[in-house]
Design a protein around this ligand. Structure first.
Ligand SMILES: [Fe+2]
Length: 319
């Protein structure tokens, strides 16, 4: 039974059926960047805007573009820019847009995440909620963002959400669950009738293929656009889907007439560290939980993220 403790629960209004993705596409584009987990990093935001501008691509922010941006000016700046683009809400936007429902950060953290970390996330969310309270119009705009989207790119049907195919804060498309319970993910994909499912939320990237009634399907989780995702690295990651490959891609796979790639978000690391330390000094909840990762990445490697069989044609890694 689901826990009801703040930060552990998955509120009922976070849920939807995988069948909601079996609909006509909401948007059709030639090139799409899906940017999850910006976490309020304004330098990463600049970097993704630049990536998209260079190839006239569409940007879709699939939630948690807020997190570390508790400074009022930065809260306003990040949201004003993101909301000029296609955007979905994550648990963070949902929680700061609504009244305090007791869900804490709404992360629905699984058991492998410790209580102290969950408590710190609830404290960060509390700080962000205080900041957001001065911006009722932005909160209103966040509250009406959709939870899911269907895009069509080069004939591929792409489902986009923050968590997984049945919850805004679901962990079933985390790298851990995809390794341990791939059959569950496969069933969710089959019910969604899509070729690619792009998600984020669980903080570590993964790209894994599955056999579905439609043929090979991919789950691609970008980890975080606003934080490093691999050991000893200093860049975020976005998911790119297009008809032609990008020279910037770190890894990717071909699927039908499209490529699905993980593209580095190379932001100004030193500027971001200085900003992070100013807003979240040593001992603060964000510093304790995230500073090591922000500085040099998690204990996770590219080889662990890329899990596609040869049938989808892995692309060579960029030098
Ligand atoms: Fe999230």
């Amino acid at each position: 039974m689901a826990s009801t403790r703040p930060g552990r629960s998955c509120p009922r209004h976070y849920r939807y059926s995988p069948a909601v993705f079996a609909r006509a596409a909401d948007l059709e584009t030639q090139s799409l960047y899906i940017v999850g987990g910006l976490y309020g990093n304004p330098f990463a935001l600049e970097a993704v805007l630049d990536l998209a501008r260079r190839e006239n691509a569409t940007l879709a922010f699939n939630g948690d573009f807020n997190w570390f941006n508790v400074d009022p000016a930065e809260f306003e700046g990040v949201n004003e820019i993101v909301l000029e683009n296609v955007a979905l809400r994550g648990n963070v936007e949902t929680e700061i847009a609504g009244e305090d429902s007791g869900a804490g950060c709404g992360c629905a953290y699984p058991e492998w995440v410790g209580d102290a970390e969950v408590e710190r996330s609830n404290e960060i969310l509390g700080r962000l909620r205080d900041t957001a309270s001065a911006y009722p119009e932005l909160r209103r705009r966040l509250s009406v963002l959709p939870m899911h989207l269907v895009a069509e790119i080069a004939g591929l049907r792409v489902g986009i959400a923050h968590g997984d195919a049945e919850s805004l804060a679901g962990w079933q498309f985390s790298q851990e669950s995809l390794r341990e319970r791939p059959e569950r993910a496969e069933a969710l994909l089959a019910g969604a009738a899509i070729d690619v499912f792009a998600c984020t939320h669980t903080c570590l990237p993964v790209m894994q293929d599955f056999a579905t009634p439609r043929g090979t399907a991919l789950i691609v989780n970008n980890g975080a656009a606003g934080m490093p995702n691999f050991r000893d690295t200093r860049f975020g990651l976005a998911t790119r889907i297009a008809s032609a490959p990008s020279a910037q891609a770190l890894y990717g796979a071909r699927l039908g007439a499209a490529v699905v790639e993980a593209v580095p978000v190379r932001y100004d690391h030193d500027a971001w560290m200085a900003r992070f330390d100013r807003v979240w000094p040593a001992g603060s909840p964000a510093s304790v939980s995230y500073r090591r990762r922000v500085a040099s990445g998690p204990g996770y490697d590219v080889e662990q993220a890329l899990r596609t069989s040869s049938s989808t044609g892995a692309l060579p890694r960029a030098a």
